[in-house]
Every structure is written in C-alpha cells, then in structure tokens.
Design a binder for this molecule. Sequence first.
Ligand code: SF4
Length: 324
Amino acid sequence: MRNELVQKYFAEIRQLKKDKGAVILSHYYMPPELQILEKDGGVANFIGDSLGLSVEASRVEAANIIFCGVSFMAETAKILNPQKHVLIPDKEAGCSLASSITSTDVQQLKLRYPGVPVIAYVNTFAETKAECDICCTSRNAVAIANSFETDTIIFVPDVFMGQNLQAKIESETGKKIILWHGYCEVHEQFSNISLSTMKQMYPDAEMLLHWEVPRETVDESMQSRKGVLGSTNDILKYVGNSTSKRFILASECDLGASLRGMYPDREFITPCIKCPYMKKINLANTMAALQSIGSDAEALYEILLPPEILAKAYLPIKRMLDFV
Ligand code: SF4
C-alpha cells in the first residue's frame, strides 16, 4: 500500500477512535502497519503476544475494543470484559490450532482420564476453554504445568508445543503429559531442511524458535548453536540480552517487523511463513469496524458469546492471569 494511503488511514482511524471511544489492541503477527503505536504515528494502543493482550484487555477502560488479532483472542478479550463491545475487523480470522479441538473432545478426554487436570493453550475457542481447568500461553505454560501436584496432566491442543513442554517438564519433574494432536499450520512448516540451510548460510546467527515449532526441528536447530526456544516474549527478551548481530527467526514472519523496529541494528533472517488468518486483518477492515460502532453494521464485527460460556470460560482464563 502506498505511504500516502497508509497515512490517510492512520489519520482517519485515530479520529474514529476518539469519536467512538475505542482502543486498538494489536498482535505481533499483524501486518506491520498495524504494529505501530499511536504515540509513534500509527494507530495501535497496545501491541503484544497472546498473554500481553489478555492482560491489557483486562485493564481497558474504553467502552469499545477493536481487536486486531484472530477470533479466539478477541473472545478472550470479551470474556474478560463482558460489559464492553469487542469487535474484530474480520470474523473469519480463525486459527488451525483452535479449530483442532472442540468442547466435546475435552469432555471425552475428562471421561477417559478422570481427575487429570486439563490445561488449554489460550489458542482455543471459548467453548473449549470453558471445559478446561486452566489456560496457559507459551509464556507461562511451564509454571502452570508445574503448579499441579498430580503426576499427569492433559495439555491441549498443540502437539508440537506439548512435546516441547513434555521434554522440559518430564526431565525436571518426571510429570507425564497427555497430548492432543492439533498443530499451528504456520509453525508446523519450520522444517529441519529450511532451517539447516539457513544455519549453513549464516554460521554466526543465533536461533529464535517459538514453542510451537516441531520437536525434531528444535533438536536439530539448537545443536551447536546458541539461541532460545520460548514464547514470543522470550524471543523479544532474548534478542535484547544478546550481543549477536544476526538471528534466524522460526516464528510468524511479521514478528520480524516488531523485532526490526525494536532492534534496528540487528539482522533477522526468516523463511517468512505468514499466518493466513492473521493477514485477514488490515487497515481497511479495521476502519470499517470502527465506523460500524453504534450502527446495525456493528453486528458484522462484534464478538458475542452465550452468557453461560462467558461465565464458564472466565475461570480458566482468570487462573492463568494469576500466573502473570
Ligand atoms: S499463527 Fe498458528 S496459532 Fe497463531 S493464529 Fe495463525 S494458525 Fe493459529
């Protein structure tokens, strides 16, 4: 998009936010133009990972939240703010991971493993969360898994993140993890082949791997190479503490935009795999969602959940926020 057009959208969106009493919460996987804070000339009030956005959603004072992320995230914002209007610029912004499990699947797991606590990755829909004991993000999954006294836990739905968690938890505590077989279609694509080639091309680069990357890729990538396996927040912090000038990023491509903005003197190399769901959100539909507030068109964007799901899903999210 041409810069004049981007600036025109920025100015109109900022004015609409004022007129409508709205804030914009934006995820690190959004297109770069939605990852610029209003104070820096953009439109976002807050940019964050899943946990950061959940925390921010619980603090928002404005009556209207425009959630620039995918729908399970906007649902979390609604669950934490049931009295507010939460709008997502495109309701079709789904998630392969969240779609891999339903509330019925969790009910069946609980019947099969009675008394075993169920931890749901926050990348699940509200109905699924409502059946689980606690939610977690990649940032607090280890602390939450370790907080249960049982020798077994169920972790849903991300099998790759679950395997990475398993490797850490089992070696530290001997606890067993029962896994579900969902996966993120973005992080699943980080294969040994693409990263090994990059490692050969950039022998001085450190590795930045998200928890959702397949286990075998993690094992191979971290061999004889410095780096981090962790959450988005862990990756951002790791770069801040490292003296390296070059990094290979194995996470959603547009996280690279935030990293380049925060650390302009460093180089970030990535196979650039984009999440098709996150990319459904753009400046045009963000503006349309804002314009709809107070009109019949708001129904096209507003997140609405049944009262019983709002109440039931609140508890596992609230328990997760106690680990922040
Ligand atoms: S990056 Fe993966 S987990 Fe995140 S929204 Fe896209 S498909 Fe879902």
